[in-house]
Design a protein around this ligand. Structure first.
Ligand SMILES: [Mn+2]
Length: 630
């Protein structure tokens, strides 16, 4: 265990402090050098329920910080300078004894005053770290009420700070450079005036967190000062669309340093006399599409560079901050719950789209997720082998039949942060022997990959690992025969898993930064579909989504290729030709020593069958099962 990561800890406090605004009336108080939970029972009043639900949230968060310094103790949250502390989820009890499991000195309350015993950290430094963070108290944040997540504006301030720090280290960036980004624009359905629900452009969202359309944003690289430009709306807007806010409103709402109208960009920027405007031009390595570079009337009077920014900001997006991780944990939590709702509700005879609808309803009504991260894939029976099923030509419209496997790949999006989860399960709640065999083969590869993940590991190697497990298991099932090493040489794995093992995830479901300069796509079957070939780093968030599918054209191709056909037992394969496919997709964050699993759904055959059996009768919530714990 290295030196304590105080920086991370203090950033964590900032997040909690935002939360605390709601809970101030209750019992959670941020002290000058820590967080305290007021122990005075008489003050708890009637709101025990809410309070304990809050503790549960904190407790979940604590999983990540277990290796570090934050632990929920018996009398509040205690801070441990180093060394992992044994965590006892079940043994946690409210008592007057301070944190019984703490073997080292810790912060605790004493007549509502904090004592600190963090080595090397003076009370003064604490104050500095906590209170000199910008955008803490009284600043607005994104929140849709109820149980939805409160996202601090500090998230975007930190993103901008990281971007500036990175750009300042780039020797091609001149002094007095200004980043200029153009936000997304409202669009209509074809030639009509029917609006399409607006969703912010991803780079702009990452930098400013602005939900409105038609904006621009600038960041001074040297000073970090941020400027937002908002559209000057016509008077009719007030009649048809609602209140028109002045720039000052947006300055406050998004905690930027200045706000002006879009029409003033040219004059405002001219006053800053920038040496260069850094605009965003680059290719998305998944779609091949080019970003829309900022452009405004009068830009020709400025020196513009559109090359530097794209790789730098994409690289920033690859590594998630703790605040971003919080949002991704939330999107995963809600989407996992929604998947479980679907598993509880599914019945033979229903339409696939009913499941899509239920998922979306849960995500929106409970999670405030107006958008999903991508089009829902709700394949049943043979459709479960159609990798991107659910599009307009195959719109989740089949009736779910007895004996079908359901492969449901769906993820909700909150404040532009996504999730991407696939559950595969039998429509009738009971796996057949063949379904179980293929399912467990995929689960085995998923878990093998999860075990191997840590910083430094190559993602293509993880893909190869999953492929190898699949080939071994397909041999065990009897579909394949022969030497697995020889199968690998002829790329037999890609016949059954033609897609990549997984991809980066963040504001975009296929998040940017998969192939920066120097990382080349591997032109081999299966591997060429990988959306990244990078080595893993702490703070990356990825999907792990191995699958085994029986896809007719690929099987035909393999059977007609002697180099591959010799490994295939045709008679056994015959049994699986209308089987469909299995995919198991989880979202993970790479940690210093391994990974954190963000997704929480039933995964083993036993868990799924038990959950579906109880699901139809009760609406009991589903806790994290042991198989999901790392
Ligand atoms: Mn995915």
């Amino acid at each position: 265990m290295g030196a304590p990561d105080y920086d991370r800890f203090f950033r964590y406090l900032v997040i909690l402090k935002e939360e605390q605004v709601i809970f101030r009336q209750e019992r959670v108080i941020l002290g000058s050098d820590g967080i305290c939970v007021n122990r005075k029972k008489q003050q708890w009043g009637t709101d025990y329920d809410r309070f304990f639900r809050y503790l549960v949230i904190l407790k979940e968060e604590q999983v990540i910080f277990r290796q570090e310094r934050v632990i929920l103790g018996s009398d509040g949250i205690c801070v441990i300078p180093s060394q992992p502390i044994p965590f006892q989820p079940k043994g946690w009890r409210w008592s007057s004894t301070p944190c019984p499991k703490a073997t080292v000195k810790h912060l605790h309350t004493s007549k509502c005053r904090w004592k600190t015993s963090l080595p090397g950290i003076t009370a003064e430094l604490h104050m500095k770290c906590i209170f000199e963070q910008p955008l803490i108290e009284g600043r607005p944040s994104y929140w849709l009420g109820n149980e939805t997540l409160k996202v601090p504006v500090a998230l975007f301030a930190l993103n901008r700070r990281r971007l500036c720090e990175r750009l300042r280290q780039n020797k091609d960036v001149q002094k007095n450079s200004i980043v200029l980004l153009q936000g997304g624009e409202e669009t209509q359905r074809y030639c009509t005036d029917t609006g399409i629900v607006f969703r912010q452009e991803s780079y702009f969202h990452w930098t400013f967190g602005v939900t409105e359309a038609g904006c621009f944003g600038a960041v001074d690289v040297d000073t970090g000062r941020s400027i937002l430009f908002v559209p000057q709306l016509p008077e009719s807007y007030a009649v048809w669309m609602g209140k028109i806010h002045p720039p000052e409103f947006f300055k406050n709402k998004y905690a930027v340093d200045e706000a002006h109208y879009v029409t003033e960009i040219s004059s405002v920027l001219a006053l800053k006399k920038p040496a260069v405007l850094l605009t965003l031009r680059g290719v998305n390595t998944d779609s091949g599409n080019v970003t829309k570079e900022a452009s405004f009337e009068g830009i020709s009077q400025f020196n513009v560079n559109n090359k530097i920014l794209h790789p730098e900001i994409a690289e920033c997006r690859v590594i998630k901050t703790d605040m971003e991780l919080e949002v991704l944990r939330y999107t995963n939590k809600i989407s996992s719950e929604a998947h479980k709702e679907v598993m509880k509700a599914v019945k033979v005879g229903m339409k696939e789209y009913e499941m899509e609808s239920l998922f979306q309803h849960y995500c929106y009504t409970r999670g405030g997720m107006r958008h999903t991260s991508y089009t829902c894939i709700c394949g049943s029976g043979e459709n479960s082998s159609v990798l991107h099923y659910g599009h307009a030509g195959a719109p989740n419209d089949k009736t779910i039949e007895d004996g079908d496997l359901c492969l449901f790949d769906m993820g909700g999006e909150y404040y532009c942060y996504g999730s991407d989860i696939t559950c595969t399960f039998p429509a009738n709640g009971k796996f057949t022997a063949d379904q179980r065999a293929v399912y467990e083969a995929v689960l085995k590869s998923s878990r093998a990959v999860m075990k191997a993940i840590k910083p430094g590991v190559s993602w293509p190697d993880m893909h190869r690992l999953a492929d190898r497990v699949h080939l071994e298991e397909l041999t065990r099932i009897g579909i394949l025969k022969g030497n697995v090493d020889d199968m690998v040489k002829v790329h037999l794995g890609a016949v059954f898993m033609p897609h990549g093992l997984g991809h980066l995830l963040g504001i975009d479901v296929h998040d940017v930064g998969g192939y920066p300069e120097g990382v080349e796509r591997i032109e081999e079957p299966g591997l060429r579909s990988l959306r990244t070939a990078r080595r893993l780093q702490r703070g990356m968030v990825l999907t792990i989504e191995p699958g085994i599918y029986f896809i007719e054209p690929l099987l035909e191709q393999a059977l007609s290729d002697p180099a591959q056909a010799c490994f295939i037992d045709r008679s056994v394969l015959q049994r699986f030709r209308a089987f469909g496919g299995v995919r198991i997709e989880d979202d993970i964050a790479v940690t210093a020593t391994g990974m954190e699993l963000l997704t929480c759904v039933p995964r083993t055959v036993e868990e799924i069958e038990a959950f579906m059996a109880q699901g139809h009768s009760t609406a009991k919530s589903f806790g994290c099962l042991s198989s999901q714990k790392q």
